[in-house]
Ligand binder design. Structure first.
Ligand code: PT1
Length: 261
C-alpha cells in the first residue's frame, strides 16, 4: 500500500503532493514500482497534526481519487475519519476506507455498512492525534490493542459489514511509546492469528528515528527491516512511502516463505 499524502503538512514529504498533477505523477510512479493499493490522505494524523475542515479534505482528496481511478489499475484506499469524506470517496470509486478512528466517528459505521463492496481498515489509536503522544499508558499493550480491534470488528459485524471486508491494524505510533511499538511488532503474531488480514504502517515513523537516531529522511533501512519482520509474522499489507524498496524486500521475503520444502 503506497502512501499518497495530499496534505500541505505531511510529516515526511513536506506536502509535495498537493496539486492534482503532482499527485497523479506520484501515483503513476508508485503503480509502476509495484504498489497494489494507493492510500490517499487529505488530513495528517501524525502526532500533533492539526485537524482540517471537511471542505478542505474533500477538495484535496476527491479530484485526485477521480483521476487515479480513471487512469490506474490500482485499488484505491482513502485515509479519513469523516463519514462525508467516506461517502464521497466511495461514490467516486474508492475500494477501501482506512480509518484511524476505526469507525467510531459520527455516521462512519453506517456509511461503510451501506457500501457493500468497500473494504475497511480498523486501526487502534490511544487518544487523538493532537495529544496521543503525551503520556501513552497500557498495562498490556498487545492484549489491549487486540481487545480494542476485536470490539471494533464486533461493532462492524453487528452493523452488517461482512467479515471478508475487514482489515485490522495495531496503529504503530498512535498513542504508543517506543517500547509499546516494539512489543507490538515482537508479538504481531497475536494479531495475525486472528481471522482478519493485518495492515502495518511504520514507514518513516519516529519509532525508527528513535531506535536508530535517524532523521525522517534516513529511515528507509529501518523501515524495510520492520516491513520484512511484519510480513514474516503474517501481516498482509504494508503501508509505505518507499514503494520500490519495499516491493523488492517483500517479494524476496515471500519467495523464501512460500518455497515448498
Ligand atoms: C497507519 C497509519 C495510517 N499511519 C493506517 N493508517 C499514518 N491504517 C496515517 C511518528 O511517530 O499506521 N495505519 N495513516 C501516519 N501516522 C503517523 C503516526 C505518522 C506516527 C508518523 C508517526 O513519526
Amino acid at each position: 500500500m503506497a502512501i499518497l499524502n495530499v496534505t500541505p503538512d505531511s510529516f515526511s514529504d513536506g506536502g509535495h503532493f498537493i496539486s492534482v498533477d503532482t499527485a497523479l505523477k506520484q501515483a503513476r510512479l508508485m503503480a509502476k514500482e509495484g504498489a497494489k493499493i494507493i492510500d490517499i490522505g487529505g488530513e495528517s494524523t501524525r502526532p500533533g497534526a492539526k485537524a482540517v475542515s471537511l471542505q478542505e479534505e474533500l477538495d484535496r482528496v476527491i479530484p485526485i481519487l477521480e483521476k487515479i481511478r480513471a487512469e490506474l489499475p490500482l485499488k484505491i484506499s482513502v485515509d479519513t475519519s469523516k463519514s462525508i469524506v467516506m461517502r464521497e470517496a466511495i461514490a467516486a470509486g474508492a475500494n477501501m476506507i482506512n480509518d484511524v478512528m476505526a469507525l467510531q466517528g459520527d455516521g462512519s459505521l453506517e456509511t461503510v455498512a451501506a457500501a457493500t463492496q468497500v473494504d475497511i481498515c480498523l486501526m487502534h489509536m490511544q487518544g487523538e492525534p493532537r495529544t496521543m503522544q503525551t503520556n501513552p499508558y497500557y498495562q498490556d499493550v498487545v492484549n489491549e490493542v487486540k481487545s480494542f480491534l476485536l470490539a471494533r470488528v464486533e461493532a462492524c459485524l453487528k452493523a452488517g459489514i461482512s467479515s471478508e471486508r475487514i482489515i485490522i491494524d495495531p496503529g504503530f505510533g498512535f498513542g504508543k511509546t517506543i517500547a509499546h511499538n516494539l512489543l507490538l511488532m515482537q508479538q504481531l503474531q497475536v494479531l495475525t492469528a486472528l481471522d482478519y488480514p493485518v495492515l502495518v504502517g511504520v514507514s518513516r515513523k519516529s519509532l525508527i528515528g528513535k531506535v536508530l537516531n535517524r532523521p525522517v529522511t534516513q529511515r528507509l533501512y529501518g523501515g524495510i527491516a520492520l516491513a520484512v519482520l511484519a510480513i514474516s509474522k503474517g501481516a498482509k499489507i504494508i503501508r509505505t512511502h518507499d514503494v520500490a524498496a519495499t516491493v523488492d524486500a517483500l517479494t524476496m521475503t515471500q519467495a523464501v516463505l512460500s518455497t515448498e520444502p
